[in-house]
Write a protein that binds this ligand. Structure first.
Ligand SMILES: Nc1nc(=O)c2c([nH]1)NC[C@@H]1CN(c3ccc(C(=O)N[C@@H](CCC(=O)O)C(=O)O)cc3)CN21
Ligand SMILES: CC(C)C(=O)C(=O)O
Ligand SMILES: [Mg+2]
Length: 277
């Protein structure tokens, strides 16, 4: 399994780092077999899998449940799990209780936390305790209510300076990586060249050390809104829809099951009831 040290080395050697979300065992297995570097059990789970309108309703128990599934499917890939909304804003003991569930019970290799400022103080305490932490700046979907929508961040000088300062603070806190979401690509490039930790972008342009996308967006399986920064590499929704329609038709028309799908012989049933009428 690649580790945080490997990701740092990859940055130094200009080798791009690939990250994708996964929420269950079979998809995690496919990600591992495709040789991607990192799996993120994102709280986007709430939107792409659980049918919520935002990531706000996602709980620690949801993240535990799906992290366990992902770890069963991908035993040899570094797994980062999102700490969900408000699960790292209470007392440090409450936060540690939640981290313990995600790391010790579910097997996450690192936890990701959205935000700068005070969140990074919390990150430092966790890192001192031995927990690898990934920071997440720029568009932080858990604060959508405060931001007023999923909008590009760091567009003016003041916001850009704040973001760069938070990024430096993240590095100083000891975080292993930084996810940068929905920022102008030049700002992402500046953050990337300023920091020595890997910067993974989503909607952050071409100059970051790596990229992350939501699994369902990438394969074309998202049912709701797909952000502009997404490239769809497949169209799985079509494939599934075709299979479902064909199943429906063949059953309705008596063409499934066929003889090869049937258990034979039915001697015992014949002995019991004298066979079918
Ligand atoms: N399917 C999915 N993909 C994601 O990448 C994703 C989620 N869901 N849910 C959690 C967060 C929310 N994210 C989002 C959601 C929407 C936009 C969006 O619509 N952005 C506008 C840009 C608006 C602007 O110009 O300021 C867009 O048109 O893409 C961006 C990120 C990223 N994450
Ligand atoms: C969009 C990525 C970075 C994320 O946080 C998630 O999938 O929840
Ligand atoms: Mg997230």
């Amino acid at each position: 399994m690649k580790t945080t040290a490997d990701f740092r080395k990859m940055k130094l050697e200009n080798e791009k780092i690939t990250m994708v979300t996964a929420y269950d065992a079979p998809s995690a297995k496919l990600v591992e077999e495709a040789n991607l570097d990192v799996i993120l059990v994102g709280d986007s789970l709430g939107m792409v899998v659980l049918g919520y309108d935002s990531t706000v309703p996602v709980t620690v128990d949801d993240m535990v449940h799906h992290t366990k599934a992902v770890k069963r499917g991908a035993k040899d890939t570094f797994v980062v799990t999102d700490m969900p909304f408000l699960s790292y804003h209470g007392t440090i003991s409450e936060t540690i209780e939640n981290v313990k569930k995600l790391v010790q019970d579910a097997g996450a290799d690192a936890v990701k936390m959205e935000g700068g400022g005070a969140v990074l103080e919390t990150a430092k305490l966790l890192i001192d305790a031995g927990v690898p932490v990934v920071a997440h700046l720029g568009l932080t979907p858990q604060t959508v209510g405060v931001l007023g929508g999923y909008k590009v961040q760091g567009k003016n000088k003041e916001d850009a300076e704040k973001l760069l300062a938070d990024a430096k603070k993240a590095e100083a806190s000891g975080v292993s990586m930084l996810v940068l979401e929905c920022v102008p690509e030049e700002l992402a490039g500046l953050v990337t060249e300023t920091l020595s930790i890997p910067v993974i972008g989503i909607g952050a342009g071409r100059y970051t050390d790596g990229q992350v996308l939501v699994f369902h967006d990438l394969i074309g399986y998202t049912q709701g809104h797909v952000p502009k920064f997404v490239k769809r590499y497949g169209n799985v929704s079509n494939t599934i829809q075709e299979a479902l329609k064909e199943y429906n038709e063949t059953v309705k028309h008596g063409k499934f099951p066929e003889e090869k799908h049937v258990f034979q012989p039915i001697e015992s049933v014949q002995q019991l009831y004298g066979g079918m009428k």
